[in-house]
Design a protein around this ligand. Structure first.
Ligand SMILES: *Cc1c(COP(=O)(O)O)cnc(C)c1O
Length: 396
C-alpha cells in the first residue's frame, strides 16, 4: 500500500482524533524510519519518547518473538514469570519495593491516584485531594485529564473528577500554600514534557520532597516521559538526589510494546490489598518479556552515560544556534529530551525538517521537541543541527 491509499482508508474508517497527517512509516531500524513510499528518515522523536533503544532493537525483537512462541496471555489469575522478573529488575534499579503493571501512562497514573486515595482511606484519614501542576500532562482518562494542568485537554468533558487541584510548577511556596490538610498526594513530572519541556530549578524537587515528607503527603513522580534513560539517568529524579513514594512509567518501558507500571515504597503499597485494583492485560507475558529485555539493554554499563554525553553535545550545539537565530527564545532540556522554544509557532519548522527527512515534533505551539532514540550518534546530531540551521536561516 502506498501512502495515499493508507491515507484514504484512514480518513474513511478511523475516528478523527489525530487530524490530518502526511506520512505512514512502515519500517524502522535504529534511528531510521522508512515510509510507505520507500523514503528514508532520521527519527528524532522516537514515537514520542518510546523507542529509547531505537526501532526494532534486536534483543527486544528476539524477546518478543520467543515469548510469542511460548505464551502471550494468561491473566493475573496466575503468577506470570516475565512479570515477576521485570518487577525484580525494576526494584533493583530504583527506589521502589513493589510494582503494579498496566497498559500505558494514563493507566499507571490512575493506579497511582487510586493507591494514594486508598492508602489514606485504609488509615481512616480524610486526605482524598490530589495536587497537580499547571502545564502538566498526565494522560487522557477522566482522572488524568483532570490532573493535567492544561484546559485544552479538559474542554467539553465536564464533570471532571473531584478533589484534584492545581498549583504553579517550580514554585515551592505556592505548593506549600496549596497543601491544605485534605491533600493526600502530589503528582509531578520531574521535567514537564508535553507542557513544553520545562526544567525546574535545580533545588525544586528536593524542596518538594522535603515539604511532602514534612506533611506526610505522598509524592508521585510521573516519569512516563522522563524515565528509562531519557534525561541521562535511568530515572530523572536521580539527578536531584531524591526519591518519590510512588513513580509511574510507560512510554520507554517496552521499547514500543504497550506497557505501563506504577512502582512504590513498601509503605505506600499498603494502600492496595487483594481486589483493590486490577488490569486484564496488565503485566502480561508478552509486554513484560519485552520490558525485561529493554531494561537489561538500558542498564548495560555505559549505555545511558553515552546518551547523556550526546545530549550535552546536542544541547550545546542548539545553544550556539540560538545565539545565531533571534527567532529562538530558549533552549531547555536534560539528556536527550530537549525543547527549543521559538518566538513563533513551530509547525512550519517541523514541516521543513520533515522535508529534510528528519522527524521531530512540537511540545505545545511554540516549542520544538527533540526526543531521539538514545542510540543516535554525533553525526546524526550534527545533521539535525545543520538542517535546523537551514530551516531557520531564510527568515531569521
Ligand atoms: C505520554 C504521557 C502520559 C500518558 O501516557 P499514555 O500511555 O498515552 O496514556 C502520562 N504522563 C506523561 C508525563 C506523559 O508524557
Amino acid at each position: 500500500m502506498k501512502t495515499t491509499e493508507i491515507q484514504e482508508l484512514n480518513n474513511k474508517h478511523i475516528i478523527n482524533t489525530y487530524g490530518a497527517r502526511k506520512l505512514a512509516f512502515v519500517r524502522g531500524e535504529g534511528a531510521k524510519l522508512w515510509d510507505a513510499d520507500g523514503k528514508e528518515y532520521l527519527d528524532f522523536f522516537a514515537g514520542i519518547a518510546v523507542v529509547n533503544l531505537g526501532h526494532c532493537h534486536p534483543e527486544v525483537t528476539e524477546a518478543i518473538c520467543a515469548q510469542a512462541r511460548m505464551l502471550v496471555h494468561v491473566s493475573n489469575l496466575y503468577y506470570i514469570k516475565p512479570q515477576v522478573e521485570l518487577a525484580a529488575l525494576l526494584c533493583k534499579h530504583s527506589f521502589a519495593d513493589r510494582w503494579f503493571f498496566c497498559n500505558g501512562g494514563a493507566e499507571a497514573n490512575e493506579a497511582a491516584f487510586k493507591i494514594a486515595r486508598r492508602y489514606w482511606y485504609e488509615k481512616g484519614v480524610f486526605r482524598p485531594t490530589i495536587l497537580a501542576a499547571h502545564q502538566s500532562f498526565h494522560g487522557r482518562t477522566l482522572a488524568t485529564i483532570t490532573a493535567t494542568g492544561q484546559p485544552k485537554y479538559q474542554k467539553g468533558f465536564d464533570p471532571l473528577v473531584p478533589n484534584i487541584r492545581h498549583f504553579p510548577f517550580d514554585d515551592v511556596e505556592a505548593l506549600r500554600e496549596a497543601m491544605t490538610p485534605d491533600v493526600g498526594a502530589v503528582i509531578l513530572e520531574p521535567i514537564q514534557g508535553e507542557g513544553g519541556v520545562r526544567v525546574p530549578r535545580d533545588d525544586y524537587l528536593k524542596q518538594v520532597r522535603e515539604l511532602c515528607t514534612e506533611r506526610k503527603t505522598l509524592l508521585i513522580l510521573d516519569e512516563v516521559q522522563t524515565g528509562l534513560g531519557r534525561t541521562g539517568k535511568l530515572f530523572a529524579h536521580e539527578h536531584y538526589g531524591i526519591t518519590p513514594d510512588i513513580m509511574t512509567l510507560a512510554k520507554g518501558l517496552g521499547n514500543g510494546v504497550p506497557i505501563g507500571a506504577m512502582g512504590c515504597t513498601e509503605e505506600a503499597s499498603s494502600g492496595f490489598s487483594p481486589g483493590a485494583h486490577a488490569c486484564t492485560f496488565g503485566g502480561n507475558p508478552l509486554s513484560t518479556a519485552a520490558a525485561v529485555a529493554t531494561i537489561k539493554a538500558l542498564t548495560r554499563p555505559g549505555f545511558i552515560e553515552q546518551a547523556a554525553k550526546l545530549g550535552e553535545y546536542f544541547f550545546n550545539k542548539l545553544r550556539a544556534l540560538a545565539a545565531k537565530h533571534s527567532k529562538i527564545a530558549e533552549v531547555r532540556g536534560k539528556g536527550l529530551i530537549i525543547g527549543v522554544e521559538m518566538k513563533e509557532p513551530v509547525a512550519p519548522i517541523v514541516e521543513k525538517l520533515l522535508d529534510a527527512r528528519i522527524v521531530c515534533g512540537p511540545a505545545g505551539p511554540n516549542v520544538l521537541r527533540f526526543i531521539p532514540p538514545l542510540i543516535v550518534t554525533q553525526t546524526d546530531v550534527d545533521h539535525v543541527v545543520a538542517a535546523l540551521d537551514a530551516a531557520l536561516g531564510a527568515s531569521s
